[in-house]
Design a protein around this ligand. Structure first.
Ligand SMILES: O=C(O)c1ccccc1NCC(=O)[C@H](O)[C@H](O)COP(=O)(O)O
Length: 245
């Protein structure tokens, strides 16, 4: 995390090569995401993860991206590369999110697919149990991937939200539209995958650099998003506070 706790966080997701990871780190990404989902063109096998993730060297926070993982897979992922955050991009319920967070002691970012305001009905329940929320475009029914589709959604649907947790915007972002997105909605972070690729799963170092630079410029051009502070030193205690009698 930078010196200013309210600094816009930039996440580059779907990294699976040393070249792409080094480009994200050199560009100053705050979070680097590693997908473990076999159907994805960005899938990173756990056998390859330790050597790749070792390159991070504390220069960014590492995110393991999973879809409806069971306990065995979660344990394998944590053992393989000890991610700083677990990003849950499936149909995990708030109770499941809370259970995973308690069991594995990692920060959890819950991805919420958005196509209409109704898709935010469960946002308060997720904000109670997750450390941060990622808004993504809702895929079409039957889509192969629950995310990473390079598909934007109506950013105004998530304008003006404050649930006491850092909020990240994703879904079809690029170096060309991230400034517009951040001018329309105040977010604590942005995330991109397809928009920094030359082909599905093939990251472009130049596009990575351009995206991070564009996001930083946009953030510098607007007031800080809110007074929300980030938790940057591990999972915050989310247990219900006993009200003093
Ligand atoms: O990136 C993937 O291949 C992926 C596969 C399965 C679940 C989630 C996936 N990505 C999640 C992310 O955090 C992406 O960065 C996010 O969906 C935005 O993707 P894009 O619209 O391609 O920038």
């Amino acid at each position: 995390m930078g010196s200013d706790d309210r600094r816009l966080e930039v996440k580059i997701c779907g990294l699976k090569t040393a070249e792409a990871l080094d480009a994200a780190l050199d560009a100053g990404a705050d979070l680097v995401g590693f997908v473990h989902f076999p159907k994805s063109p960005r899938h990173l096998a756990l056998a390859e993860a330790p050597a790749l993730v070792a390159r991070v060297g504390g220069r960014a926070r590492t995110v393991a991206l999973l879809v409806d993982p069971d306990e065995a897979l979660l344990a394998e992922v944590v053992a393989a590369f000890s991610p700083d955050l677990l990003q849950l991009h499936g149909k995990e319920t708030p109770a499941r999110v809370a259970a995973i967070r308690a069991r594995f002691g990692r920060e959890v970012m819950k991805a919420l697919p958005v196509a209409s305001r109704a898709d935010l009905d469960n946002l308060p329940a997720y904000a109670e149990v997750a450390d941060r929320i990622l808004f993504d475009a809702k895929p079409d029914p039957g889509a192969l991937l629950p995310g990473g589709n390079g598909r934007p959604f109506d950013w105004h649907l998530v304008a003006g939200l404050d649930v006491g947790r850092p909020l990240m915007l994703s879904g079809g972002l690029t170096a060309d539209n991230v400034s517009q997105a951040l001018s329309e909605v105040r977010m604590d972070g942005v995330d991109v995958s397809s928009g920094v690729e030359d082909a599905p799963g093939v990251k472009s170092p130049a596009k990575i650099r351009a995206f991070v630079a564009a996001a930083r410029r946009a953030a510098a051009g607007f007031p800080d998003p809110s007074a929300r502070a980030f938790k940057a030193d591990g999972p915050e205690d989310l247990s219900p506070k006993v009200r003093a009698s």
